[in-house]
Design a protein around this ligand. Structure first.
Ligand code: AMP
Length: 360
């Protein structure tokens, strides 16, 4: 991690964020989202920073887009999330990708397994490269994703996680795989796929692009049933994934995919006249989006004529017009842009009216 060293001893200790998940969980807790109906589904997008050795496909600043589902421990959620990732990558037009999957079980099972793993490697320690000897001491599970050939050869005989899982952990994993079969998502079982931190649990997965090599994972994810509690919240299961955007773009370029243009054409334009109307217009635009109705506005334009012209140019079927009078009376004018017919409706009813019109 990139640490920011405080000038004074008692100064705040900060790091540049190395991933998105803990921040999302922090937001979940800070905003009391555990009292909402569970699970809570969130997404994020932004830069992350890791003090890694830079190389092809491994940067010190890169971008991740991720999804987290917090508050559901069921195997179906794991599969649903993998299916969502698969759909996103498929919709972009990428082909020949592979899903690799493994389970690291719950903490108690995993500890038993780690004991066995250490038992196996201790007498072979002298043959391990320096880096993996360190891993054996500090974080033995990480030996499993060693890229060293000598270590990899030793790993082929090493104990595997699935052999040390309790019945419940095995059941969870089996269910995830069954759901994936049902969803017709092909996967490879990879017993060496792990996550090093204690807050991870059960399912781990990665999606690989068509280039071989350890730097070719386009996305990765898994369960982290202990993180919410670790950050001071109630015991709450969670699962998520993150896509590495630079690697995704690289894959799009080498596969020469022409990314389909996602054109969402607005169905409603919110037209305003005056400052008070502007505020209400903004709120209405947000309400429309929240209801899944694509809406737009031209807050920079002040004349109604200019705004209507824009609506015509973009072939937007409906306009909601708000002036000073409407703000005071709690109404909006709904204008059908095709025939120019207008009606005044109360703010309480406008959503229902628009939905009905769009459904027609
Ligand atoms: P992780 O948070 O390590 O599971 O990473 C999720 C995804 O982010 C990976 O599958 C990569 O696509 C991408 N990624 C991770 N580390 C780097 C890096 N140093 N440079 C570029 N992309 C990365």
């Amino acid at each position: 991690m990139y640490r920011i060293v405080p000038r004074e001893e008692e100064g705040e200790k900060l790091v540049l964020r190395p991933e998105g998940t803990p921040n999302v969980v922090r937001a979940y807790l800070e905003h009391g989202m555990y009292v909402k109906p569970q699970p809570v589904k969130l997404f994020y997008l932004g830069p992350v920073f890791r003090y890694d050795r830079p190389q092809a496909g491994r940067f010190r600043q890169f971008s991740q887009a991720g999804v987290e589902v917090i508050g559901d421990g069921g195997a179906l959620t794991d599969a649903e999330l993998i299916a969502l990732l698969w759909k996103i990558l498929g919709d972009i037009g990428l082909k020949g990708l592979t899903v690799q999957i493994n389970t690291i079980g719950e903490l108690t099972c995993r500890r038993k397994y780690i004991e066995k793993l250490v038992e196996y490697f201790e007498p072979r320690k002298v043959d391990l490269p320096e880096e993996d000897r360190l891993r054996l001491k500090r974080n033995p599970l990480r030996i499993l994703d060693s890229k060293n050939e000598k270590t990899r050869a030793m790993l082929s005989e090493a104990p595997q996680t699935v052999d040390y899982l309790c019945a419940d952990c095995l059941k969870h994993f089996k269910e995830v795989l069954e759901y994936l079969d049902e969803l017709e998502i092909a996967y490879d079982l990879n017993p060496y796929l792990v996550r090093g931190l204690d807050y991870y649990s059960h399912t781990v997965f990665e999606v690989y692009g068509t280039e071989s090599g350890s730097q070719s994972a386009l996305a990765g994810g898994g369960r982290y049933d202990y993180l919410v509690e670790l950050l001071g919240g109630p015991k709450t299961p969670a699962v998520g994934f993150a896509i590495g955007l630079e690697r995704l773009i690289h894959e799009v370029l080498i596969q020469e995919v022409s990314v389909p243009e996602q054109k969402i054409s607005p169905k409603v334009i919110v037209i305003q006249l005056g400052d008070a109307a502007k505020k209400l217009a903004l709120k209405i635009e947000q309400q429309l989006w929240a209801e899944g109705i694509p809406a737009t506005s031209a807050m920079g334009k002040s004349s109604i004529r200019a705004q209507l012209k824009l609506a015509n140019k973009q072939a937007i079927p409906y306009a909601l017009i708000i002036g000073q009078k409407e703000v005071f009376s709690g109404t909006v004018i709904l204008r059908d842009m095709t025939d120019g017919i207008q009606e005044t409706i109360s703010l309480k009813k406008y959503l229902d009216v628009i939905k009905k019109k769009l459904g027609e």
